[in-house]
Design a protein. Structure first.
Length: 91
C-alpha cells in the first residue's frame, strides 16, 4: 500500500530519515518552524536509512558533484539547501 509519510528529523548538518526503500521525496518545507520531509512510500518495502546534508547559504560545500540537490528551505532568518548523496559516489 502506498501512503504519504511525514518526517521532522532533528535539525543538524546531517539529517537521517528511516523510510521505506524506493520512497519518493515529494517535498521539503518548514512546518511549525521545523524542517519537514514528505515521502510517498510503499509500506511493503523494507526500511532503509536515507541521509541528507544541510548547507547554509554562503557556506562551503565539499565535493558537490557527489550530491543531488533536493530542496531549498527558508527558516527565518536562514536559508538551507538540502542535498542527498548520489548512490555510488564517494562523499
Amino acid at each position: 500500500m502506498k501512503v504519504i509519510w511525514k518526517y521532522q528529523p532533528d535539525f543538524g548538518a546531517v539529517m537521517e530519515i528511516e523510510t521505506r526503500e524506493g520512497a519518493q521525496l515529494l517535498s521539503v518545507q518548514t512546518q511549525w518552524d521545523k524542517i519537514t520531509f514528505w515521502f510517498l512510500v510503499d509500506t511493503e518495502m523494507p526500511l532503509v536509512t536515507r541521509t541528507f546534508e544541510v548547507i547554509g547559504t554562503g557556506h562551503e560545500m565539499y565535493h558537490p558533484e557527489n550530491y543531488s540537490h533536493v530542496a531549498t528551505v527558508q527558516q527565518e532568518p536562514f536559508v538551507w539547501h538540502i542535498f542527498e548523496p548520489v548512490p555510488g559516489r564517494a562523499v
